[in-house]
Design a protein around this ligand. Structure first.
Ligand code: AHR
Length: 519
């Protein structure tokens, strides 16, 4: 649990060093952190660092999938550069095929010889032709290449219980069965043993416009016939609420027994639906509002968790934030149905804050999936033909991998505010964990776009004498990478931290994301 509260006396008397930055302390804001490095009981699941890829715009086609005959280097049609880049983040899981697309998708259209697969219209996303060349085998090959767990979302809105049940049988039965035989006839001998299954997507909206009561009953039917095969225990995720719809969460918690579901999802985008605005052309007001909206998401997480705690005090059911991130206007001149947006330091700040919030609530949040991995919404990767760039958001995921499966540490923080037009937000957000080798990793986001903050970190419960780190920052909050200049925003070594007598002193730059490792 993280506390934002008063500085303890012991830390004040140490005073603030200026050696780390060479600047006068009076120019910077001040903050203090206490981290109990020997405490902590909860694990930050690496699945909090998960991803989402939908048949939408250029996420799959032109993103992950270029086809075997492409001049772009690929392995069985899957782009090598994207796979390599995501492996560097240790991508833990990938959700597919939607999103809204999932409740229109009939998986049997996406198996067998590609030239024989039926074509359909992707009605949600631009009305384009979907030729089904990327289907179950291709997706699971992608996951194997990435070393990521697949998370498949079934069709509840327009599909049937039988269809979803057969999909599970197709991918998970090792022995003889009609669907396993069909899989083998399509060239895959071994079962994939997919664990994570979503039972529909946004069933309050594009997934069927259902009421919570109706969906809860549907869930029970679908979940009954999606079976465990062999030792593979399915982890089923009920299609959860939109943003602040606490009644949806409550109804599902009330009507679905905990043993029938591993998790309940939540979709919450950090956006102003009335005026999304440009991804790169924005002023400080829009920047500040985005940070405020992150805090609204944080509050909503707690409110959903409170509802879940009422019905499940032992926290058996996970909260799965399987769509989150920024949603800006599409880039000028691109298909409005493709949701292609640029990605700036502001997006990196949103990613850093959100991941810190998820870490802090890892006792309940055991999976999250940013929307979406490539070329759609808050992407990690953008492509243009054979070119590929990494976004500031990518770098945050790569830096935060230090928290994967580590123990969340109690962290007490005192910091000042970043203020604009009479509104205040905390200037800093931080998260700390202890990895299996005993190293302590700390991620710090400074949202203030102007002031650096000098921080003293009191590392209690251990002996620490070395610190290394990296920082992600830009010249401005709208700094971003382009196909012409792909390295404008990238992590740099952080040399400004000192450690003495278990007190770490450092100065974090304006609008920056920093990761530190102490040992
Ligand atoms: O991520 C884009 C869309 O946003 C998804 O398809 C849907 O689930 C959500 O509304």
């Amino acid at each position: 649990m993280q506390y934002r509260k008063a500085i303890t006396a012991s830390i004040i008397v140490l005073g603030m060093t200026t050696a780390a930055t060479g600047q006068k302390a009076s120019e910077a804001a001040m903050a203090s952190l206490i981290i109990d490095t020997d405490l902590g009981t909860e694990t930050i699941s690496r699945h909090i660092y998960g991803h989402f890829s939908e048949h939408l715009g250029r996420c799959i086609y032109g993103g992950f999938w270029v086809g075997e005959n492409s001049a772009i280097p690929n392995t069985r049609g899957i782009r090598d550069d994207i796979v390599e880049a995501l492996k560097r983040t240790q991508i833990p899981n990938l959700r597919w095929p939607g999103g809204c697309f999932a409740d229109e998708y009939h998986w049997m259209d996406g198996i067998g010889p590609r030239e024989k697969r039926p074509k359909m219209i992707n009605t949600h996303w631009g009305g384009v032709t979907e030729d089904n060349s990327f289907g179950t085998h291709e997706f699971l090959d992608l996951c194997e290449q990435l070393g990521a767990e697949p998370y498949i979302c079934g069709n509840v809105g327009s599909g049937s219980v039988e269809e979803m049940s057969k999909w599970v049988e197709y991918v998970n039965v090792e022995g003889v069965s009609p669907m396993a035989d069909l899989r083998r006839s399509n060239g895959r001998e071994k079962a994939w043993n997919v664990k994570y299954w979503g039972v529909g997507n946004e069933n309050w909206g594009c997934g069927g416009n259902m009421t919570a009561d109706f969906y809860a009953d549907q869930y029970r039917r679908y979940a009954t016939y999606t079976r465990d095969y062999g030792d593979n225990r399915l982890l089923k995720v009920a299609g959860g609420a939109n943003s602040t719809d606490y009644n949806w969460t409550e109804t599902l918690m009330k009507k679905i027994p905990h043993w029938m579901m591993w998790g309940i999802s939540l979709h919450y985008y950090t956006t102003n639906w009335n005026k999304k605005g440009s991804a790169t052309q924005f002023g400080e007001k829009e920047y500040f509002e985005t940070v405020e909206r992150c805090l609204n998401v944080e509050k909503a997480l707690d409110r959903h968790i409170n509802v879940m705690d009422r019905y499940d005090p032992d926290r058996r059911v996970a909260l799965v934030v399987d769509e989150w991130g920024t949603w800006w206007d599409v880039e000028p001149g691109t298909n409005p149905g493709f949701l292609y947006q640029q990605n700036s330091m502001r997006d990196a700040i949103v990613a850093g804050l959100s991941l810190n919030y998820f870490n802090e609530r890892c006792g309940r949040i055991r999976m999250a999936n940013i929307a979406q991995t490539v070329n759609v919404l808050q992407s990690l990767i953008l492509t243009d033909g054979e070119k590929m760039i990494l976004t500031p958001t990518y770098h945050v995921f790569e830096m935060y991998k230090a928290h994967h499966d580590a123990t969340l540490l109690p962290l007490h923080m005192h910091c000042g505010n970043y203020s604009l037009d009479g509104h205040d937000v905390p200037a800093l957000s931080a998260s700390a964990s202890r990895d299996k080798n005993g190293k302590v990793n700390i991620t710090i986001v400074n949202v203030d776009p102007v002031r650096e903050t000098e921080i003293l970190v009191d590392l209690r419960g251990g002996e620490y004498d070395s610190v290394t780190g990296r920082v992600l920052r830009g010249d401005a909050v709208n700094a971003h990478n382009t196909f012409e200049k792909s390295d404008t925003v990238k992590p740099e070594p952080f040399r400004g931290a000192r450690i003495r007598n278990n007190i770490l002193s450092l100065s974090v730059a304006p609008a920056s994301v920093t990761v530190l490792t102490v040992e």
